[in-house]
Design a protein. Structure first.
Length: 485
């Protein structure tokens, strides 16, 4: 894909932004300009997208038979799967993530549309509460109307699919804003959308925080699903409260713990911890960045983990993200790189560097060597705050109780990992850990058929699985007087 679309996608057509404002994106592999002409939506543009979505909700998509909705979604899924590799290149170009990772993102988007297409004709209410004589009661589950989605930049395809697929299956229409750091892949879906959905069903508006604020504050949008940082999530909730009290679901940041007990398979725990830490160069919200290992096996575990982290730099899987064998690309942009380097400085000052801790490769490439720190205090910022890079901290614990306490000592609660050979311990500990998702003897990565989301300041609402549909439906109760003539 040598050229790419940079305009807004409204009512099934690409259109210039009325704002006359543009976003700029650089390639983080070498700092070269990707585009300084990515159209950025202002109030008029957002209104146009919302009106198109409103017309589709009232007139076409909202009135489409559920099985026809399912067929359109399945057609879209096939087209996305067919073009996954070429669209993924645009993500790689803009934010440096490995082509294999982003291709998986687009095939997962296709899977999400298949999953929710299957639910489109299975949405129903309940009947006949027998409690009050003479009154027949039914409930029906209805779509909400125009739903907005705002995404982060790390896996744009999945973030789009988590929101658009259940929204459309339920009969809603969508206005989606991809991140200003990686809008090109989402825009490349425009021609595929044109082939499957009536105009206005899915609209894409590019822009930064200002455009996001317009969506979250819009009076004709009745639901907003947000993925991004906790700080921005807080603002989204405020905008919703100040405007029309639209429904909000928030998928926010994390600082996920990984708890490794002395009966665990050390090699497995180290290999999975490494895989999770380097996937998407550590830019995954669910990444287990706080590792807690039982004291009795700590030295052995750290030694094995160090070996597997160092193997990444030696084995050739870090490098050019457009190469299909690469697993670790650069960080997304200069701001993200600077942020991670600042945390590395904190780690070096406050703890002990085990490995990594520096830039990898040439100066213009925004790569960071996979990094491990140990011996940090529990209040060090690198232990408390989300780094969003290939960086882990290792701390020790003595007992199960101690491990649970340490794991839960965070404002976040998105995900967690537990490594043990004991099923009863796994069941006890997973019950106690405060997180929306937990992996046992594995690192966690979401799948279309199960709900994903956080507790505490990692947000609320669930995306994926049957529960992912709930945010896009509202229940109406109808009461019929059976004694009426
Ligand atoms: P961010 O909060 O800076 O931006 C996310 C989105 O919000 C972008 O589209 C941005 O343009 C928009 N935005 C920024 N300011 C806004 C405002 N005032 N009003 C409305 N919209 C606004 O986050 P980011 O740097 O793009 O993404 C990284 C964060 O996302 C990390 O914290 C990561 O953990 C989180 N994340 C969470 C999940 C999840 O499922 N829980 C998934 C991916 C990423």
């Amino acid at each position: 894909m040598s050229s790419f679309e940079t305009r807004l996608f409204i009512n099934n057509e690409f259109a210039d932004a009325k704002s006359g404002e543009y976003l700029t994106v650089y390639n983080p592999t070498d700092g070269s300009l990707v585009s300084d002409k990515i159209h950025s939506a202002n109030e008029q543009d957002v209104d146009a997208a919302v009106q198109a979505a409103q017309r589709a909700f009232k007139g076409t998509w909202g009135k489409t038979d559920p099985t026809a909705r399912a067929r359109a979604m399945l057609k879209f899924a096939d087209l996305v799967r067919e073009h996954a590799g070429e669209i993924a290149r645009l993500e790689t170009l803009a934010m440096g993530s490995a082509i294999a990772t982003q291709t998986m993102g687009y095939t997962t988007l296709a899977d999400l549309f298949v999953y929710y297409a299957g639910l489109a004709d299975k949405i129903h209410g309940e009947t006949a509460y027998p409690t009050s004589a003479g009154k027949y009661k039914i409930t029906q589950r209805e779509p909400i109307g125009v739903c907005a989605g705002i995404g982060a930049w790390n896996v744009s395809a999945i973030l789009f699919g988590w929101k658009a697929a259940p929204a459309l299956a339920a009969g809603n229409t969508v206005v989606f804003k991809p991140s200003e750091k990686a809008p090109l892949g989402t825009l490349a879906l425009g021609p595929l959308i044109q082939q499957c959905f009536p105009p206005g069903s899915i609209n894409i508006v590019n822009g930064g925080g200002k455009t996001g604020q317009l969506l979250a504050s819009h009076m004709e949008i009745h639901q907003i699903a947000f993925t991004g940082s906790t700080a921005t999530g807080r603002k989204i909730q405020e905008y919703a409260a100040r405007s029309n009290l639209k429904r909000v679901s928030l998928e926010l940041g994390g600082k996920s713990p990984s708890v490794i007990f002395e009966d665990a398979d050390i090699e497995l725990a180290a290999a999975k911890s490494m895989e999770g830490a380097i996937a998407n160069s550590g830019q995954i919200c669910a990444m287990a960045s706080r590792i807690f290992v039982q004291e009795s096996i700590a030295d052995k575990f750290i030694q094995v983990l160090k070996g597997s982290f160092e193997q990444v730099s030696k084995s050739g899987i870090i490098g050019d993200p457009s190469d299909k064998n690469t697993q670790v690309g650069p960080l997304a942009d200069k701001a993200q790189f600077k942020r991670v380097m600042e945390y590395l400085d904190i780690g070096k000052k406050e703890g002990e560097l085990v490995t990594g801790g520096v830039q990898w490769g040439a100066k213009d490439g925004l790569y960071v060597q996979p990094t491990i720190f140990k011996n940090l205090g529990k209040d060090s910022r690198i232990v408390r705050e989300e780094v969003f890079g290939p960086v882990v901290t290792v701390q020790t614990f003595t007992s199960e109780e101690d491990a649970i306490k340490l794991a839960n000592d965070s404002i976040f609660g998105l995900s967690a990992c537990v490594y043990t050979r004991s099923i009863s311990r796994a069941l006890r500990v997973t019950r106690e850990i405060e997180a929306g998702t937990i992996a046992v003897n594995d690192w966690y990565f979401p799948s279309p058929d199960t709900p994903f989301g956080g507790v505490k300041q990692s947000g609320y609402g669930r995306e994926g699985g049957l529960e992912g549909l709930n945010d896009y439906l509202q229940t109406k109760t109808i009461q019929i007087n059976m004694n009426a003539p």
